[in-house]
Design a protein around this ligand. Sequence first.
Ligand code: SF4
Length: 424
Amino acid sequence: MTPLPLQRSFRHGVHPAEHKEATEHLPLERMPFVDRYVLPLGQHIGAPCRAVVRAGDRVRRGQLIAEPGGFVSIGLHSPVSGRVLDVGPHRHPNGQLVAAIRIEADPYSSQQITPGPTADPASLGLDEFLSHVQLAGLVGLGGAAFPSHVKYKLPEGKACERLLINGCECEPYLTCDHRVMVERPEAVVRGVELLAERLGAASSWIGVEMNKPDGFDALSRCVPAGATINISPLSVKYPQGAEKMLIEALFGEEVPAGKLPIDLGIVVNNVATMASLADSFDRGIPLIERALTVAGPGVDRPANLIVPIGTPIRDVLAHCGINQATRQVVMGGPMMGMPLATLDAPVLKGTSGLLAFTEDIVNHPTEYACVRARAGRYEDLEKSYVMDCMECGACTYTCPSGVPIVHLIRAAKLTIRQKKANKA
Ligand code: SF4
């Protein structure tokens, strides 16, 4: 047997049960089209986009329906051919009412996509490259939905020496990135090549946790001879997919408090984002769909699905079957995901999973005596670098008193930000 290559990791971290066995071997399957879609104008970090369609307009699958509302904003495209019902308030997965475009799918359409213009990134100037990425509506698909072109616009005086691609997928249950690596390794590697060339990175690294050996092998087979792309095996640990942890795991370097990866000459992106980047340049296909995992004990038929952005969550769950024992549906992974306020909300660009949990999982443990988590000592918290907390939830997971520490930290960060804003 060939020995496994050396697996790197970072110090500390936790090992939650993986729960990936139900879906890790299930190929990506396409979610059938449904009747209606809801596209919130603000489903990324930054300014909401601006609708360029009105009620009654006919739209084609892949057509731009909203333009960027500023630099930190992106384009939004119709996931189906059909008719715009309205542009108005609709429930976001967090329960708030937000502006959204509702589209009724044309039941007689073949839903063939009309690709937009393709482009050779090597022939584009940097501004044209960034503008293409922005208009294609690309965001980081790992969950945060940060506009990709903003990440690729390097601050004055900074250079990208290393491009680091996150293939950890360290959240329990989620396996959609795993399947993208196994089933679309050429697209991932192509995205890495074109981005590295455009950013001028001397080397590229794809870190893969080794509970995905087939993903590691598939990517390794696609790297052309002589390319400066390293597929790096990592041991399994949470939260290794967090940028700063991944950098420590692979390079043994620490991003200082208050600094960003680019301060070390590193740009970090996710594997699925690389495949979308390749699709947008080589096939002229904007971000209109994404891979996500539907799993958890409340789901009858767990799956890895390719879902049009804007599909109502209720329809996705109906497709997989959701049983009576379900008490909560979480968008994203169980560590960092968000419990859904309503199933009428749609799948967003940042939706990596839909997890249906039963009472035994939802039930919070009894909370016992705590040390000082609620003392409200904001100045001390700041001195202890609370603003660098990435809200990974590992502290809540390990707290022996069952205190929801990450919720307290999130609230403290908000209070500190508000106090600063009030002073300004
Ligand atoms: S304090 Fe923040 S970064 Fe540290 S374990 Fe808790 S949630 Fe994660």
